[in-house]
Design a protein around this ligand. Structure first.
Ligand SMILES: NC(=O)c1ccc[n+]([C@@H]2O[C@H](COP(=O)([O-])OP(=O)(O)OC[C@H]3O[C@@H](n4cnc5c(N)ncnc54)[C@H](O)[C@@H]3O)[C@@H](O)[C@H]2O)c1
Length: 310
């Protein structure tokens, strides 16, 4: 997608940080913006700023873990802008840090629920509507470079983000035939309000085993205030959507650690000489299956597939 004018951009977490940067950058290109966020007051403030720039913007208070509310939000977008999103940004996310061995079920339920479950809800809600609309479209989901780098204090978050990377890799394969591109953004440090994420944690998740107090929040702010500006990050996202890139990782400082991580994985694979006959047999079985039986699981695109070229 090269032209963003009159595209319909639905941005979760759009009231703050990376999501608000996306609203500004794509709004300035002429996209019609929906910011969906759990914090009503932050939505109101964000809308004032966007509208002051002449950006068409609509706000929806949405907790992305609430599936019924998500469906209602999708209906609202269609009512307001006349169709489903052609740009879906699954950007909302929350973080919390503490010793993994102290994590409660509530910590896992909240961190997996928002960071993974919220993305699942976005895809299951919108993908069928986007396919049915038969318009070229693009999905950008925000994971994290933490998806690839283990941390003993951010494990539920990193696990959710790793799952999100895997999901987007698969959705990219699944949606190409509908002319829907998919990208996954893996930021390192962003200048945002994520240090305060625990303030949005719902009481239903009960007690945390992680560290959450004024001191820990202040400590996190001391990192994030040196992060990349959200508008700069969103500029990288815009270029990646224009080029239909899968991975968006505009942080050069992460390359050595990522290389080390993936080199270690590749180095763990036995060389071909270790089992040439077994490998050949398994590869042939898989190839035969893909050429034959696997078609059962991969029906041809339905009549609703997009025909326009992006
Ligand atoms: N800040 C960083 O350094 C960093 C690094 C890597 C990845 N990320 C990811 O970037 C994304 C954006 O975060 P940010 O750093 O801009 O933080 P942010 O806190 O400034 O913005 C996140 C927004 O998501 C909203 N939100 C939280 N829970 C929600 C829910 N259940 N439903 C709807 N909205 C909800 C918040 O109200 C907030 O406005 C997240 O997915 C985060 O995990 C951030």
């Amino acid at each position: 997608m090269k032209n963003f004018k009159d595209q319909i951009a639905f941005i979760t977490g759009g009231a703050s940080g990376a999501g608000f940067g996306q609203a500004q950058v794509f709004g300035r290109e002429g996209a019609k913006i929906v910011i969906a966020d759990v914090r009503a007051e932050a939505i109101a403030q964000a809308l004032v700023k966007l509208k002051a720039e002449g950006i068409a913007a609509h706000g929806i208070r949405l907790d992305i873990t609430d599936r019924a509310a998500y469906a209602a939000a999708a209906d609202e977008v269609e009512r307001v802008y006349g169709g489903p999103p052609t740009l879906l940004f699954n950007t909302a996310g929350v973080n919390s840090f503490g010793p993994l061995e102290n994590a409660t079920y509530g910590d896992f339920d909240w961190l997996l629920g928002v960071n993974l479950g919220g993305v699942v809800n976005g895809m299951v809600t919108f993908v069928p509507r986007m396919i049915a609309a038969r318009r070229p479209a693009h999905v950008v989901t925000t994971a994290s470079v933490g998806a690839f780098l283990p941390s003993n204090i951010a494990a539920p978050y990193s696990a959710a983000k790793a799952a999100v990377v895997s999901l987007m890799e698969a959705y990219r394969l699944a949606l190409a035939k509908y002319d829907i591109g998919v990208s996954v953004l893996c930021p390192a440090n962003i200048k945002s309000n994520i240090a305060e994420a625990t303030r949005t944690r719902d009481a239903r998740f009960g007690a945390t085993g992680f560290v959450d107090n004024e001191q820990s929040i202040a400590s996190l702010h001391s990192i994030y205030r040196h992060g990349m500006e959200p508008v700069e990050l969103a500029g990288h996202v815009k270029r990646a959507v224009e080029e239909n890139q899968l991975y968006i990782i505009p942080y050069p400082e992460t390359q050595p650690q990522l290389r080390q991580h993936f080199d270690a994985i590749v180095a763990a694979v036995l060389p071909m000489e270790a089992d040439p006959e077994g490998a050949a047999k398994r590869v042939k079985a898989l190839q035969d299956w893909i050429a034959g039986e696997a078609k059962v699981f991969m029906p041809p695109p339905p009549a609703g597939a997009a025909t326009d070229k992006r």
